[in-house]
Design a protein around this ligand. Structure first.
Ligand SMILES: [Zn+2]
Length: 304
């Protein structure tokens, strides 16, 4: 089950954010119960019943043989720039035509790539938004796509049911990721909020794991306005990055030039309740069979 201490640590992520414009007594101690400006005007409980992120219980996910592999076709030439939006860094794509799209999987039609970004922790012990069997990963990649069949533009799609598809990929600690490094190398030039640098010709499918398996469920944006417009596709297999690459993420700042520097870390939303939702898996899993198979030798050993 959930480790209370770890969850409290994760959920206390914003505890040290200095209150915006604060100058009253105590502010110089740097201790405050305030939150990142992005979350300042948001209700604590948005009241929805399909909010994200969630913990995925592997054994509670339901295999759906109708879930076909996802088809990803991105045109590297549609990549535009990378910018620090004060909460993450976003790589944005030209999306006026169907050049970079995903289809298949749980989707009825094409969805166009708009941008991708990451969420990460202050240390390697946490940082992902979704968790699997309560396990946190140090970071999570989100590739955000919109439904250009039903909607005129990304902004409209983001507010409506079936408007968006986000592919989530867990990053885990391991070997150096050569393709990610090309992106990491741009980060020193977008250290401050609202800075942007050209980033041409990049195919984000190089950041995907090779295994086609995924979970899917209906959820929401994990930043305000938290709209319940997202079909989530969470890849089962994480990709490996090294500690230095995650450290480079942590050199970014939430703050603009001239403001008191605040490191961009712990930019994830706390877990939300599953409520009345089912997480479907594209892959067969034999959790119960494994438990039975493993318990057999133990039983025979206990027999004198
Ligand atoms: Zn995200």
């Amino acid at each position: 089950r959930l480790l209370r201490g770890d969850v409290a640590k994760r959920e206390g992520a914003w505890a040290t954010w200095p209150r915006a414009g604060s100058s009253g007594p105590g502010s110089e101690r740097g201790v405050s119960d305030s939150v990142h400006p992005l979350w300042e005007s948001v209700d604590l409980v948005p009241g929805g019943d399909r909010q994200s992120p969630i913990n995925i219980w592997w054994r509670d996910s339901v295999y759906d043989p109708g879930l076909k592999p996802l088809t990803i076709s991105y045109d590297p030439a549609t990549c535009l720039h990378v910018w620090n939006n004060g909460y993450s860094f976003l790589v944005e794509f030209e999306d006026s035509t169907d050049k970079s799209v995903i289809k298949g999987g749980p989707l009825e039609h094409n969805y166009r790539l708009k941008q991708f970004h990451f969420h990460w922790g202050a240390i390697d012990a946490w940082g992902s938004e979704h968790t699997v069997d309560s396990k946190c990963f140090p970071a999570e990649l989100h590739l955000v796509h919109w439904n250009a069949v039903k909607f005129e533009n990304f902004e409209d799609a983001a507010l409506e049911e079936n408007g968006l598809v986000v592919i989530g990929v867990f990053l885990k600690l391991g070997k150096h990721h050569k393709e990610l490094q090309k992106l990491v190398d741009t980060l020193p030039s977008i250290k401050h909020k609202d800075t942007l640098v050209e980033f041409g010709s990049f195919d984000p499918s190089c950041l995907m794991p090779t295994c086609p398996d995924y979970w899917t469920y209906s959820g929401s944006l994990t930043t305000p306005p938290l709209s319940e417009s997202v079909t989530w596709i969470i890849k089962k297999q994480p990709v490996e990055v090294d500690h230095d690459q995650l450290e480079q993420f942590r050199t970014l700042l939430f703050t603009s030039e001239g403001e008191k520097e605040k490191r961009m870390v712990d930019n994830f939303r706390p877990l939300q309740p599953l409520m009345n939702r089912t997480v479907r898996s594209s892959f067969r899993h034999d959790y119960v069979l494994n438990v039975r198979a493993k318990s057999k030798p133990a039983t025979s050993q206990a027999t004198p």
